[in-house]
Design a protein around this ligand. Structure first.
Ligand code: XMP
Length: 508
């Protein structure tokens, strides 16, 4: 797949069409989202289109220069070449004369971009449309071709697979334009997707740049996102990192013990457990509004961390925020807030920490891939997502110790049965919800007015959408039967058959 960054070129879609004609998929993206899309799509090559801007103007459209660090081949066309020249240490300046239309191009040096036919055709007609030009090629590149007015009409760094051409290969009038694009897409770009190892070194570099030699604390939730963040941070900053696991009292049955065992014995990551159940229940007392709950939890978390961070003199907090958390909490400019994920929008703005989120631009499946690459235990890699605010967002209405206890017992049955049926690894999440709806039942000839538990079993790939799982009836029956007999307070079990959208995965 080729990712095309659109700098506003009139012919951007035409580049896409030419690539598609070779049977290769294309994704056209805006410059400001280029980095995130590279991580999402893992393209085999990147094309920077032309565009009307000037790289040295105040409003210049540019890309994050990290896009050149992935080892993915890049081809800059016209303005795209100027962007490369500007960001990679060359020099761009206004030309002496505007150049539009046909120009004679002379090939000065062999290059993979002009391979095969280029040897015999040292001079051919290309179409240009520019005023600025690169006057000094970027570091590590050499001039491959010139025109009578543009000395740097093509440059290349064959080792890093970075190429820039001043003319438009996508337009019909450029001689050999199709061959040039084909050399790039089918030749140069073969087999260079952004794999796990490369993502790991990128994340480590990010952590090093952000934290350096300072002390940091990391909030471990027991989930894969914070575990990967902490693990990589530990590899980079070592003893300067202290990991905390806050036992909020909102965890599932046996979870705290499991987490302690994983970090201590399997990942060998030093961890401090902070008992804070009372703090959280106090903060949640009487709150029924979902957003208020999330904010109360976020606030309590940060205060606990401030307290612990102060003890060791750490002012940096590492969190396992991933991209869907950011977007659903309105972390991008045009997105609406769906819910306040505690590790993004839910924490109060005033606190004593600088927040570092190494996985902020990654999706869950990418984080799992990284965890596998790091050799994490299988049960941790495939562990279902559990929200930061824990069971508090699975209890409708005010949160109390009694409700938590009922929900924990019902939830354990759901997960146990799903595992027994061999379905755990195929689905995104399976959990119980304390609906807060009381209904009438009958037990042993007596009226029993009790709780209603809902089941939510869903599959998803990227968090943004989800479908409910068509569980076998026998399995549903077994779960229901076990809950109403083993969890005495419950008289009714219902199955949530709603997709996301319009529902979200969690009920709150
Ligand atoms: P929703 O309910 O928004 O959930 O469709 C999408 C995924 O995100 C998890 N989730 C959270 N994770 N902090 C987290 O770390 C949160 O505040 C939070 N809220 C929801 C949810 O479990 C699901 O997998």
């Amino acid at each position: 797949m080729i990712l095309i960054v659109d700098f506003g070129s009139q012919t951007c879609h035409l580049i896409g069409r030419r690539v598609r004609e070779m049977g290769v998929a294309v994704e056209i993206v805006q410059p400001e989202e280029a980095l995130i899309k590279i991580r999402q799509f893992q393209p085999t090559g990147i094309i920077l289109s032309g565009g009307p801007s000037s790289v040295y103007s105040k409003e210049a459209l540019l890309v994050d220069e990290k896009i050149f660090d992935f080892g993915i081949p890049v081809l800059g066309i016209c303005y795209g070449l100027e962007v490369m020249g500007h960001l990679l240490g060359g020099k761009v300046a206004p030309g002496k004369k505007r150049e539009y239309g046909p120009t004679a191009f002379s090939l000065k040096k062999d290059s993979a971009l002009f391979a095969d036919w280029g040897k015999n055709k040292k001079k051919f007609t290309v179409w240009m449309s520019h005023f600025d030009q690169v006057v000094r090629p970027p570091k590590g590149t050499h001039i491959v071709g010139s025109t009578s007015t543009v000395r740097v009409a093509a440059f290349a760094d064959e080792k890093k697979k970075l190429y820039g051409i001043m003319f438009h290969p996508e337009v019909h009038h450029t001689e050999y334009g199709g061959e040039i694009l084909k050399n790039f897409v089918m030749g140069i770009c073969q087999g260079s997707p952004l794999k796990g190892k490369r993502k790991i070194s990128e994340i480590k570099k990010y952590i090093k740049d952000k934290i350096g030699k300072k002390k940091a604390v990391c909030a471990l939730s027991g989930g894969i996102d914070s575990s990967v963040s902490a693990y990589l941070a530990y590899q980079v900053i070592g003893k300067n990192l202290t990991c905390f696991y806050v036992d909020t009292g909102l965890m599932r049955k046996g979870e705290t013990e499991e987490i302690k065992d994983t970090f201590k014995n399997k990942l060998k990551l030093p961890m401090v457990v902070v008992e804070a159940e009372d703090d959280f229940l106090k903060a949640l007392k009487g709150i029924t509004d979902p957003e208020e709950k999330r904010k109360a939890i976020g606030e309590t978390f940060i205060r606990v961390f401030e307290r612990e961070g102060e003890k060791i003199g750490a002012r940096i907090l590492i969190q396992g925020t991933i991209y869907p958390d950011v977007i659903e909490s309105k972390g991008t400019e045009h997105a609406q807030r769906i819910k306040t994920h505690h590790n993004v929008g839910g924490i109060p703005t005033k606190h004593g920490f600088k927040i570092v989120e190494p996985l902020r631009s990654f999706y869950k499946d990418e984080v799992r891939e990284i965890a596998e690459e790091l050799g994490f235990p299988k049960d941790l890699v495939s562990r279902h997502v559990f929200p930061g605010p824990g069971l508090a967002v699975r209890i409708i209405g005010a949160v109390t110790r009694e409700k938590l206890d009922i929900l924990r017992r019902a939830d354990e049955i759901v997960v146990e049965e799903i595992k027994k049926a061999g379905l755990y690894n195929d689905i995104w999440m399976a959990f119980a919800i304390f609906t807060g709806v009381k209904s009438t039942g009958v037990a042993g000839d007596e009226r029993k007015y009790g709780e209603t538990i809902a089941l939510r079993v869903i599959e998803s790939k990227d968090t943004m959408t989800a479908d409910w799982v068509r569980l076998p009836y026998e399995l549903l029956a077994r779960i229901s039967e076990r809950i109403v007999t083993e969890v005495f307070e419950v008289v009714r079990v219902v199955y949530d058959i709603t997709t996301k959208p319009p529902a979200t995965m969690e009920w709150e």
